[in-house]
Design a binder for this molecule. Structure first.
Ligand SMILES: *Cc1c(COP(=O)(O)O)cnc(C)c1O
Length: 389
């Protein structure tokens, strides 16, 4: 089955609501049983798709879990109340006091905060590694290295990792491999196919796609699934029914949206690349972005998020550029239909690698507007930038 067909047909939950195109929203906490025998049956099936208690899921959540499992080619999926909760929840299911974790130096900022504070408090040590380390990760492995975490491309700076080489080295050492795959979604990259055990996504971004729901998911391979599921149940993670419905709805159009995000972002990125003010475009499809060859080898597309590094610039000049934009608002998160921009300093969030750039960095999310309007908007922005320099 091709990807777009899969997106339409997966997780339709036909057993739950015969005839309905969409799985209904089931609001449930208590599930009641008429007999002890029925209760016992539910207890014995509670780890699977058997109605037992609202926190364990209803057909609404199972539909999304099944769909995400299928798209990632995994053995099972756990849902969480946000992307960050998926990261922290999945990590906590696998590590314990005395363990050591290897994290990409370019990882999403809040993941780093969790390692430096949350995991540290539990007696789990984190070492950050150069995202371009590849098979060299073997040299950083310790006897107690339990888990290697990748995020490709890296947050803010878009280095694409050699996931297969890292995963092979980790496996040889007996360590688990996690990937934060929010940027690509399983439509453009399937981490489990490259040796990853747990693929995490902030569904908040492209799956939901409309900037109105927070949710996260982790999909595990056969080896990791029982452990991931147990961790989710133990910590009480679950996803709200209405939000789950919106995530399922978003999923149906993920294919067409991503194609358009990709096309629009490439148009804007190429235009930016030709600007005299721009030192470099950091976008996996650009040959001078570190790891571009891995992107070409492993990914089937690029999404709407990338950065530029300016040749020079002050905070005031960057503010002049961004403040007057009509079609870009300044906001965290991304993956919705709207364009966003945010100034950021990658030097703040890394310890294993150095960030040196001649000027400031701006991260863009290119939405579903007409790219010509976006380009005209940015053109005006550069006029304000020049005037403010
Ligand atoms: C946004 C994001 C997250 C966190 O998702 P939330 O739903 O905002 O908690 C995690 N990883 C990456 C790469 C992200 O961009």
């Amino acid at each position: 089955m091709k990807k777009d067909t899969r997106l339409v047909s997966t997780g339709r939950g036909d057993k739950a609501a015969p005839g309905m195109v969409n799985v209904p929203v089931y609001h449930a906490s208590t599930i009641v049983f008429d007999t002890v025998a029925e209760l016992n049956e539910a207890i014995s099936g509670r780890d699977e798709h058997v109605l037992y208690y609202g926190r364990r899921g209803t057909p609404t959540q199972w539909a999304l879990m099944d769909a995400l499992t299928e798209l990632d080619g995994g053995a099972g999926c756990a849902l969480y109340g946000s992307g960050l909760a998926a990261i922290t929840g999945a990590l906590l299911a696998f590590v314990e006091a005395g363990d050591h974790v290897l994290m990409a130096d370019t990882v999403y900022g809040p993941s780093r905060i969790f390692c430096d504070h949350g995991l540290k408090k539990l007696g789990v040590e984190t070492t950050y590694y150069d995202p371009m380390i590849g098979a060299g990760i073997a040299d950083l492995m310790r006897d107690n290295t339990k888990l290697v975490f990748t995020e490709s491309p890296g947050s803010l700076t878009f280095e694409v990792q050699d996931t297969a080489a890292i995963a092979a080295a980790a496996k040889a050492h007996g360590a688990w491999v996690f990937a934060d795959n929010t940027w690509a979604t399983p439509l453009f990259f399937r981490p489990l196919d490259h040796g990853v055990d747990v693929a995490i996504q902030a569904l908040t971004k492209y799956v939901v796609g409309h900037s109105d729901v927070m949710m996260g998911a982790a999909v595990a391979n056969e080896r990791a699934w029982k452990r991931l599921r147990l961790g989710g149940f133990m910590h009480g993670h679950c996803a709200a029914p209405d939000d789950t419905y919106l995530a399922l709805r978003g999923l149906r159009t993920l294919g067409v949206r991503l194609e358009r995000h990709q096309e629009n972002a490439l148009k804007v990125a190429h235009w930016l690349d030709g600007r005299p003010e721009v030192h470099q475009v950091l976008h996996p499809a650009f040959p001078d972005t570190p790891g571009h060859d891995f992107w070409k080898r492993d990914f089937s597309g690029a999404t709407g998020l990338f950065s530029i590094v300016l040749k020079e610039g002050t905070d005031d000049a960057v503010a002049a550029l961004l403040d007057g934009l009509d079609h870009f608002k300044l906001g965290f998160s991304w993956g919705g239909y709207e364009s966003l921009a945010i100034p950021s300093d990658p030097a703040q969030g890394r310890t294993a690698t150095e960030w040196s750039a001649p000027g400031p960095l701006i991260r863009f999310h290119i939405g579903l507007e007409d790219p010509e309007d976006l380009i005209a908007d940015l053109d005006e922005g550069f006029r304000r930038f020049a005037a403010a320099l």
